[in-house]
Design a protein around this ligand. Structure first.
Ligand code: CP
Length: 298
């Protein structure tokens, strides 16, 4: 594993090879069987969340505790970042007092990468604005792998607010690298030509995809509005569209889900939906990532 072993940091999916991804999946399977990673007893992790989070923050906490770690939580309001301390100085401080792993969510794309060069502690990007969200991508990939066992030749459609989605950015790269045919559904103003030119309609997507990956509208990153009904009709998964999906197809969403906007509320817990399974997998996937970073076992 190139980046994980040498720099002890997971900042972008671009730093993981296919072999790295499959090695992590093998670790997840061992954890699921109860042959979990050796504990990281008494080693300190700090979760620094400067943007809101439910899933990522909670599942990192549970993953760290299951590994036997001591866990500190800092957010925007209770850290000296409110007094103007930089992210770099905050992380350097945590390192100086004995923290060995920092999990960071913050809004500035690339800021964590610029801090990382000068830091020795293990670092995980838990979402940087519209940039990347590598552990979300890994748990999405694991959920797909759990269902299909192979990525080669799968058709995945990513639908929603592409321009502002860090999840889409991480997944688009990783899926293409794994041999998946990836297509995209979005409004013209949310197209991102640095990501793709392969845009299709939602109706085309449901007919052809094996995996439909829906995205939340990132209202906190722009002020574009559209009625829920018309968004669902044009770009969302309605019951009529879901009925046309292939029998084996699955639905993913990183959540939080806006029920009735990107997906009909009744479909969130339907047989094709893996939305809550993604969250369950998030804990074991994050345990494997932490193990890989902290113990250099990859
Ligand atoms: N999927 C995700 O990152 O959710 P949270 O923002 O709740 O962590």
């Amino acid at each position: 594993m190139n980046l994980i072993s040498s720099r002890k940091q997971l900042l972008s999916m671009k730093h993981l090879s296919n072999e790295d991804i499959h090695q992590l999946f093998s670790m997840v399977k061992e954890i699921e069987k109860g042959n979990g990673p050796s504990p990281l007893q008494s080693r300190f992790a700090a979760n620094l969340f400067l943007e809101p989070s439910t899933r990522t923050k909670s599942s990192f906490h549970i993953a760290e505790k299951r590994l036997g770690m001591e866990v500190l939580h800092l957010d925007g309001m209770d850290s000296s970042i409110t007094k103007g301390e930089s992210l770099y100085d905050t992380l350097k401080t945590l390192e100086a007092i004995g923290v060995e792993l920092a999990v960071v969510r913050q809004s500035e794309v690339g800021l964590l990468n610029s801090c990382a060069e000068e830091l020795n502690l293990s670092l995980i990007n838990a979402g940087d604005g519209c940039g990347e969200h590598p552990t979300q991508s890994l748990l999405d990939l694991y959920t797909i792998h759990e269902h299909f066992t192979s990525f080669q030749g799968l058709n995945v459609a990513i639908a929603g607010d592409l321009k502002h989605s860090r999840v889409a950015r991480s997944n688009a790269h990783a899926l293409k690298q794994l041999g998946v045919n990836v297509s995209f559904v979005t409004k013209p103003e949310w197209q991102d030509h640095s990501l793709t030119t392969n845009y299709i309609t939602m109706d085309e997507a449901v007919d052809r995809c094996d995996v439909l990956m829906l995205l939340r509208i990132q209202h906190e990153r722009h002020d574009q509005t559209m009625s829920s009904t018309s968004y669902l009709e044009q770009f969302g998964l309605t019951k009529e569209r879901e009925a046309r999906m292939k029998d084996h197809a699955i639905i993913l969403h990183p959540a939080p889900v806006n029920r009735g906007v990107e997906i009909d509320s009744e479909l969130v817990e339907s047989s094709k939906s893996r939305i809550f399974r993604q969250m369950t997998n998030g804990v074991t996937v994050r345990m494997a990532v932490i193990q890989a970073l902290m113990k250099g076992e990859l």
